[in-house]
Design a protein around this ligand. Structure first.
Ligand code: WTA
Length: 656
């Protein structure tokens, strides 16, 4: 596994307790209170979760079994009937929240919309009725390929309302990546828009859908529902494509929520693994609802007066759990922004905070590093005094970026919640509760109540304090993924078999390295598998290698992550060309574009290095560790005795 810079981390001794004022008003208001919750949950997890399920959610029918655990397959609240949209919408209509802002939306060009709970409910019901009219039924899969507009959330909720499973594909993915995901999930319908705004340009989403579906590539897809956003010319296929604005006026605003079994599938979301194609991570209804609800409440400490903003895209798990489901289940006001800092508007983030008086702000370390680079005059020239709590997610945050975030954005008096979790975990797992846990810059601190993490070696033996190892979770939790869509065996192999069961107890392998310090605080050290984290987005090296090799000029490729100041890591590709091909600038450019076409712009290699051979062990395994060192421009000091031919290394350093 990759070794972290342990020394520099060990020097981190700064400790920031929550201010008295913050703690006093917080849902969990002292370290004592946190510890009590934690101990209670640890003593009897089922009782802990059942009590919360009872008090925090509304059910059509109560469950008979809290947890049915047949490792690695869990069922939570079996026998219960529930609909997540009832908890996110209907129940708020019975209270004063009926006319509270549910969703505040700001478009990139500066247009905006606010939907109250009553309005959002109405739109979701109409959208759900449109899906029904297009013959989408309970259990069907629906692809969603959308920009960051309210209809993205409305479409997700509309699916959940009628019991269809949504599969959101990030709008930055290519037509090819979209096609693979629609195919794997056998989607019946695709929801998209004509286009979306991205850094002052239009992303032609509908054109990409057309490409993905061309030549009957995904026979399961019968219809495409198109939301008008950018107004450019697109081609509508009469028998297949429907405009949302043409259907909407005919749709009733009455659509009762489908009573779902607790374990009915809510959504599939694809994520990169170390091998093979992306995995369809499956989340189900009740456990996910409870877990995102309670983590949102305690970690973001939401109050009814708060405006809460998570800057993620709904195409990622953070958008699912902490823009849509968690906040709405709590009756909060959630903000959605279509734009991103760009040359024409570098201070847009701070403008949005100022305009809406955002109180709780949740973003990623890569964004924070971008903000630092753009200069603190941008945030300093806006009024950010409404902020009271800050969060980060997606990758380890380096302590200096944490300090900058606290000083410049938080004005020195906002707690920071550094939240560790994954697509697979459904919600945040390791995090400070902001009114309770003193923070250390760079540490995700302590586990959420009910979560039992550990740091172990490959035999499952717990590591000593401050010793690096593998992060595992030792007890199932309600928000956990249930399986890999269509491939339960892959689920078992990817997550439950790396570490042998301890006393017959299965542990979840997160794929991250970590250490725990003498105070029990967790320090996440990054991925231990062949996954690279580019700007907080997980990319499998295998996928990018496969994309490169699918180009006719490429014989072999190896992709590694190279440290990058802003993105955390960027993509560095070593490429061996087919026989007669000559390396050239033009070819390197073409290969980069090829990866963009196959996967999307996020996977574009920042450098292609042409090589004659790759370093391999005698058994033929590519030595990625060495490639990472070369990509980073560092001296190779580690043992290379297993390498078959040492001379290749010098050639790799220079390129051919
Ligand atoms: C990394 C995003 C350090 C980690 C929610 C994990 C983090 C992967 C943190 C999951 C954090 C996420 N500190 N590392 N606070 N949060 N990660 O599935 O490597 O897109 O395994 O989920 O991001 O990425 P994913």
């Amino acid at each position: 596994m990759s070794q972290p810079t342990i020394e520099s981390i060990l020097q981190e001794k700064r400790l920031f307790p929550p201010s008295e004022a913050f703690a006093k008003a917080a849902h969990v208001n002292s370290l004592e209170a946190y510890k009590q919750l934690y101990e209670k949950a640890k003593l009897d997890p089922q009782k802990f979760w059942a009590e919360l399920a009872e008090t925090e959610l509304d059910w059509f029918e109560k469950w008979h079994t809290v947890l049915d655990w047949q490792p690695p397959f869990a069922k939570w609240f079996d026998g219960g009937k529930i609909n997540i949209t009832y908890n996110c919408l209907d129940r708020h209509l019975l209270t004063w929240r009926r006319n509270k802002a549910a969703l505040i939306w700001e478009g990139e060009p500066g247009d905006s919309r606010t939907l109250t709970y009553a309005q959002l409910h109405r739109e979701v019901c109409q959208f759900a009725n449109a899906l029904k009219q297009l013959d989408v039924q309970k259990g069907d899969r629906v692809g969603i390929y959308m920009p960051m507009i309210p209809e993205a959330a409305i479409a997700m909720l509309a699916c959940a309302r009628i019991g269809a499973t949504h599969s959101v594909v990030f709008g930055g993915f290519s037509a090819e990546a979209l096609r693979d995901r629609l195919k794997d999930g056998q989607a019946k319908l695709v929801i998209t828009s004509d286009g979306g705004w991205r850094k002052d340009a239009i992303v032609p989403l509908k054109d990409q859908v057309d490409k993905a579906l061309a030549d009957g590539a995904v026979p399961s897809v019968k219809d495409v529902l198109v939301v008008k956003r950018t107004n450019q010319e697109i081609t509508m296929q009469p028998s297949r494509d429907h405009w949302w604005h043409e259907l909407q006026p005919g749709m009733s605003a009455h659509c009762p929520p489908e009573p779902m079994d607790s374990e009915d599938m809510l959504f599939i979301l694809y994520t990169s693994g170390s091998t093979g194609k992306p995995k369809g991570v499956v989340h189900t209804t009740a456990g996910y609802n409870l877990y995102t609800h309670i983590t949102t409440k305690w970690i973001f400490d939401l109050k009814d007066t708060d405006v809460y903003w998570c800057t993620a895209d709904v195409g990622w798990i953070t958008g699912h759990s902490y823009i849509v489901y968690g906040p709405l289940s709590n009756g909060a006001t959630t903000l959605m922004y279509e734009g991103a800092p760009r040359a024409s508007n570098p201070g847009c983030i701070w403008d949005v905070i100022q305009k809406y008086g955002v109180n709780v702000f949740y973003t990623a370390p890569t964004a924070i590093r971008t903000f630092i680079k753009m200069g603190e005059h941008l945030p300093m020239s806006r009024d950010l005094s409404s902020l009271r709590l800050l969060g980060t997610v997606g990758e380890p945050i380096n302590p200096e970026a944490w300090m900058w975030y606290q000083r410049v954005i938080g004005g020195g008096n906002c707690p920071i919640v550094d939240t560790w979790w994954q697509t697979e975990t459904g919600g945040v797992m390791i995090t400070p509760l902001p009114g309770a846990v003193p923070t250390k810059p760079g540490s995700a601190t302590l586990p959420f109540p009910g979560i039992i993490p550990d740091v172990v070696d490959l035999d499952g033996t717990p590591a000593a304090d401050n010793e690096g190892g593998y992060l595992v979770i030792k007890h199932p939790w309600p928000g956990m993924m249930r399986t890999v869509f269509g491939d339960p065996d892959r689920f078992r192999k990817s997550y439950w078999e790396h570490i042998p069961p301890q006393d017959g107890k299965y542990v979840y392998f997160a794929g991250d390295g970590a250490r725990r310090d003498e105070d029990g605080y967790f320090w996440i050290m990054g991925r231990v598998d062949d996954v690279i984290n580019v700007a907080g987005h997980r990319l499998g090296t295998m996928e990018i290698e496969s994309a490169l090799v699918s180009h006719p000029s490429v014989a072999e490729a190896a992709v590694v992550g190279r440290p990058d100041e802003v993105k955390g890591e960027d993509v560095f590709a070593f490429v061996i060309l087919e026989g007669a091909q000559e390396p050239s600038e033009a070819l390197a450019k073409a290969l980069k574009q090829h990866v963009v076409n196959e996967i999307g712009a996020i996977a574009r290699p920042s450098e292609i290095r042409f090589a004659e051979a790759l370093p391999k062990t005698r058994s033929g395994k590519i030595m990625r560790r060495l490639l990472r060192t070369i990509a980073a421009g560092q001296e190779i000091t580690s043992d290379t005795s297993t390498l078959e031919d040492r001379s290749i290394l010098d050639k790799l350093r220079e390129g051919v």
